[in-house]
Design a protein around this ligand. Structure first.
Ligand code: PEP
Length: 257
């Protein structure tokens, strides 16, 4: 039995006050409904983490960061460590998002170091994998996913893998309004689960949560969640609006798995 997880990636949006407002409004909206069947995670920008942590204090909504550096401290200008994210109140951290791979030189090796750093500090890494349009159109989707999974998870024990979440995010669907069909998502989620089965065995493969990400909206969450290997969503654009994000959480919680 895998608990559904819906995470909001706020990307580089919201000043501190705007982030406080959004978190407060989401808290108020979700307070009206029963979302106990869903883990809800908000991932604001670094500068707003502490303030959003305060808003979420004593709620069931968790805080996550959007990136992590693998050293605890040192002369690494501009970076933020797991130690610091923990200190700011985070429980989760997104690792290897395609925007970081695309614009900031993230590789499977750096993703692997970041996953290890997150685990060392008791943070749950949300590990993003996914092919771009050219890779999909040249029939290389599974090859790329396999490289992301195998490279990212190098030397990660089964026990540690259980403390992670995988997010399948086809790059061509991120921020484009073009969602993978539920069948396309299911096909890749199943491929990931089968791969994990080969790497770590049946029990772990059945326990690990795999989220879908890429233009998730209130209109498509239910059909995505209805697929057997889709265990939640990593939501970008639609997580920046109270109505759409709370509606995604509510609709996801209504899908019986
Ligand atoms: C994301 O940022 O991880 C994402 C999936 O964005 P969007 O929902 O806007 O496509």
């Amino acid at each position: 039995m895998r608990k559904t997880i819906i995470a909001g990636n706020w990307k580089m949006y919201k000043t501190i006050n705007e982030a406080i407002d959004l978190a407060n409004n989401l808290k108020r909206e979700l307070f009206k409904v029963n979302f106990a069947a869903v883990d809800v995670v908000l991932c604001p920008v670094f500068t707003a983490l502490s303030e959003v942590a305060e808003v979420l204090n004593e709620t069931d909504i968790q805080l996550g960061a959007q990136d992590i550096y693998w050293q605890d401290e040192g002369a690494f200008t501009g970076e933020v460590s797991g130690l610091m994210l923990k200190d700011a109140g985070c429980r989760y951290v997104i690792v290897g998002h395609s925007e970081r791979r695309q614009f900031f030189g993230e590789t499977n090796e750096t993703v692997n170091k970041k996953i290890k750093a997150a685990l060392k500090h008791g943070l749950t890494p949300i590990i993003c994998v996914g092919e771009n349009l050219q890779e999909r159109e040249s029939n290389n989707t599974f090859k790329v996913i396999q490289e992301h999974i195998k490279g990212g998870l190098a030397d990660i024990s089964a026990q540690d893998l259980l403390k992670t979440v995988i997010a399948y995010e086809p790059v061509w669907a991120i921020g484009t309004g073009k969602t993978a069909t539920p069948e396309q998502a299911q096909e890749v989620h199943k491929f990931i689960r089968d791969l994990l089965r080969k790497m770590y065995g049946e029990e772990l493969a059945c326990s690990i949560r795999i989220q879908y990400g890429g233009s998730v909206k209130p209109e498509n969450i239910a059909e995505l969640m209805a697929k057997p290997d889709v265990d939640g969503a990593l939501v970008g654009g639609a997580s920046l609006k109270v109505d759409s994000f709370s509606s995604i959480v509510i609709k996801a919680s209504e899908v019986l798995k």
